[in-house]
Design a protein around this ligand. Structure first.
Ligand SMILES: *[C@@H]1O[C@H](CO)[C@@H](O)[C@H](O)[C@H]1NC(C)=O
Ligand SMILES: *[C@@H]1O[C@H](CO)[C@@H](O)[C@H](O)[C@H]1NC(C)=O
Ligand SMILES: *[C@@H]1O[C@H](CO)[C@@H](O)[C@H](O)[C@H]1NC(C)=O
Length: 296
């Protein structure tokens, strides 16, 4: 099931959250440069122009979209229709990690669409790949809402069960947007992989030289405060225990404070930050989660 994924792992060998090599720069420039550090959208250097497409992975039933945001940006996205043989009436909205672009994650989407039978919307945040604009917390939240509203408004997706799936910083986007959309009752599941409790709490371990500068951080992503406000949505926690960028203690803490039920914990003893997705069992856990708690 994961052979396409494994063959493409070289593309994933990029930091999904900025690596500690920038620590020296960070300590001096944290306040002014933190957006470049938290959202390394130009890494690798061709990430803004070279966006692999689903057709390169043998996917035929998809659309390339440009979705307008209410504040005038244009988000590029891929919409993959579920394999009809297994179609499940579920739409997964993917929130990507902080480097590269959506094209790098197509092997993941392909498994979700083809083997697990879900529609997949791969949304590219502002400032990434072919999307316009520059990234920041407020903007990414507008982007996430734009993706959710797109699913709600598109006729063939209307009424499907929405799952928010976030890797690394994408988990923060998933948590914050689920909390904002609780009333509508159509978010049917959340999948979090290798996410942090807050950017401030991440700084002392991810960027030790900058630990006294954490108060200067203006990109907050306060998952630890937001997650407990979510109730009534099944949540799957996928944690790589060898995560060298976001210590797995962050995921343990998120699981502990989560009040939503059911909450399911799955850990990967050999999973590091970038490659937990390729660990054995990863997609089987997602498949079980969707079958048991999301699909009807
Ligand atoms: C993750 O990305 C970093 C930065 O590119 C790289 O040094 C590291 O080897 C990668 N880790 C894995 C397990 O691929
Ligand atoms: C999908 O869910 C919607 C909303 O409940 C429902 O109207 C529709 O019939 C379902 N479709 C399938 C194929 O189950
Ligand atoms: C972790 O890696 C070791 C060494 O390659 C291997 O023996 C072990 O089976 C792996 N464990 C899991 C849970 O994948």
């Amino acid at each position: 099931m994961t052979s396409a994924l494994q063959s493409f792992m070289s593309y994933l060998r990029v930091p999904l959250l900025a690596s500690s090599g920038v620590a020296a720069v960070l300590s001096g420039l944290l306040y002014f440069k933190q957006n470049e550090i938290i959202y390394p959208r130009n890494f690798p250097p061709d990430a803004r122009t070279n966006v692999p497409r689903p057709s390169q992975f043998g996917i035929a039933d998809y659309e390339e979209l440009m979705i307008p945001t209410p504040d005038g940006e244009s988000l590029s996205a891929f919409y993959l229709r579920a394999n009809k043989q297994y179609a499940r009436n579920v739409t997964i909205l993917m929130f990507h990690g902080n480097a590269g672009n959506i094209g790098y994650r197509i092997p993941i989407a392909k498994i979700l669409e083809d083997d697990i039978g879900c529609n997949v919307l791969m949304l590219q945040y502002r400032g990434y790949g072919l999307s316009s604009g520059t990234p920041n917390e407020k903007g990414l939240m507008i982007d996430a809402q734009t993706g959710i509203d797109y699913i709600r408004q598109r006729l063939e997706l209307r009424g499907t069960r929405i799952v928010l799936y976030g890797q690394s910083i994408g988990g923060a986007v998933a948590i914050a947007s689920a909390a904002r959309n609780l009333k509508q009752g159509d978010i049917a599941g959340i999948i979090l992989e290798n996410t942090f409790t807050s950017i401030r709490k991440l700084i002392p371990t991810a960027f030790p030289p900058a630990k006294y500068l954490a108060p200067l951080c203006h990109q907050l992503w306060p998952n630890e405060e937001t997650l407990p406000r979510i109730t009534g949505i099944p949540i799957l926690f996928l944690s790589g225990l060898k995560d060298e960028i976001i210590p797995s203690s962050h995921m343990v803490q998120l699981y502990r404070i989560c009040r939503s039920e059911p909450k399911i914990w799955k850990e990967f003893p050999n999973g590091s930050h970038n490659d937990t997705v390729a660990e054995p069992g990863y997609f089987a856990y997602i498949d079980d989660f969707i079958s048991q708690y999301v699909a009807r």
